[in-house]
Design a protein around this ligand. Structure first.
Ligand SMILES: [Zn+2]
Length: 127
């Protein structure tokens, strides 16, 4: 866990300046930390896949945000499905299984498991 001041993010890049719980604007000080969240897939930075940064106005609100995330299961197949969605959004014409594996960094075994997870949720991949 890191506390953050404007200009000093203590090694964690707090990407927003408001509390995600109460929406208070953080003028001088806020707190942020990384949480494991398999639903989090940033649009352009795959290094942060599944590793969301939460920002809060106080230790109490940060603790609540961490609790809410930890109450949610971390599902590898959900993370893989998000990686596939991101790649397919950039290739609307579609890709071969090999190209999809190369672009997502997934194995050819993980891709069908992600597809199964997505199908069970009733949500199609990006079209
Ligand atoms: Zn707050």
């Amino acid at each position: 866990m890191s506390s953050a001041r404007n200009g000093d993010r203590a090694g964690v890049d707090c990407v927003i300046n408001w509390c995600e719980l109460c929406e208070a604007f953080l003028v001088d000080e806020g707190m942020c930390t990384r949480v494991r969240d398999s639903s989090f897939i940033p649009p352009h930075d795959c290094a942060l896949d599944g590793d969301r940064i939460v920002v809060a106005c106080s230790p109490e609100h940060l603790a609540e945000l961490i609790k809410r995330t930890s109450d949610r299961p971390y599902v590898e197949a959900e993370l893989w499905a998000g990686k596939i969605d991101r790649v397919l959004a950039a290739h609307p014409q579609g890709l071969s299984l090999y190209a999809l594996a190369t672009e997502t960094g997934l194995t050819q075994d993980q891709i069908p498991r992600a597809a199964l997870w997505t199908a069970r949720r009733g949500k199609p991949f990006a079209q």
